[in-house]
Design a protein around this ligand. Structure first.
Ligand code: SF4
Length: 263
């Protein structure tokens, strides 16, 4: 498994399948993943022991001033080269909303974007599991795009895929997502495989029926469906075939929902 390592909280621009040329912001420690999920497909590898995380996570995360300084430097350079990125994206070594200064950093990012790169979108990739934490909804609402992960509408399957931390409730997450009033992108990664001897497949008829119902209920302004692209910590997971992804997208398009497919 390739480990991600960052010399600055600001990295790239890199080419993103979903967002075009994207300048990344990693709010997590430079060489250590911090997340409240432990997805079996996570390209950052397995989440380290949560107890160990609690001791060290905050002190290893970059401070607001460092992020702002590095971002301004980078945006200034890119503006001078005439290479404004399509997006500034909060992603990297884990779940960005776990940073204690998340909303303040998004606020600074929007201000710097307005100053140096007004055509660039500010995006946050989130696992949707932290919406009750103070400042998280506010920070997400300051961004142009909130890309919110829900990998299954059936909690048993979601638990197999994402291994959410203690206290997770899919019903509660969906009620929080409704507070966006549809102003977000719903993101789902489709795949099949086995984990711990159990089959995991979020593309079965039953799964998709529940998932379409969830999309109808949440009414996101956009849906992003994608599949595996890099090595996964759990072995033997399989991509969802492109034809199946197109069928899923077609069902949504017929309902008038905007869909992005990243194969
Ligand atoms: S939510 Fe994202 S960062 Fe966290 S384990 Fe899942 S894929 Fe990895």
């Amino acid at each position: 498994m390739e480990k991600l390592s960052f010399t600055s909280p600001v990295f790239g621009p890199i080419h993103s399948r979903r967002l075009g040329s994207s300048l990344g912001i990693n709010l997590m420690p430079a060489s250590r993943k911090v997340c409240n999920f432990n997805c079996i497909y996570c390209e950052c590898g397995w989440t380290p022991d949560p107890l160990q995380q609690a001791e060290t996570e905050n002190s290893l995360m970059p401070g607001r001033e460092i992020v702002t300084r590095d971002l301004e430097e980078k945006l200034h350079t890119l503006a001078g080269q005439g290479k404004a990125p399509d997006a500034i994206t909060f992603s990297g070594n884990g779940e960005p909303t776990l940073h204690p200064d998340f909303s303040g950093i998004v606020e600074d990012t929007v201000a710097l974007r307005n100053k140096w790169s007004p055509g660039t979108k500010v995006c946050v990739l989130s696992n949707s599991a932290n919406l009750d934490k103070k400042g998280v909804m506010e920070g997400l609402m300051m961004a142009d795009l909130r890309i919110m992960k829900v990998d299954s509408a059936i909690e048993k399957t979601l638990r197999l895929i994402n291994n959410p931390g203690a206290g997770y409730s899919l019903e509660r997450i969906l009620s929080r997502l409704k507070r966006f009033g549809g102003d977000f992108t719903l993101q789902t990664l489709f795949f099949t495989g086995t984990i711990g001897g159990k089959e995991v497949d979020n593309t079965t008829e039953e799964e998709l029926a529940a998932w379409y119902d969830m999309v109808n209920e949440l009414k996101p302004r956009q849906v992003m469906v994608y599949t595996l692209d890099r090595p996964t910590p759990a072995p033997g997971l399989k991509k969802c075939p492109a034809e199946k992804m197109e069928v899923i997208a077609k069902v949504l398009k017929e309902k008038g929902i905007e869909v992005i497919v990243a194969g």
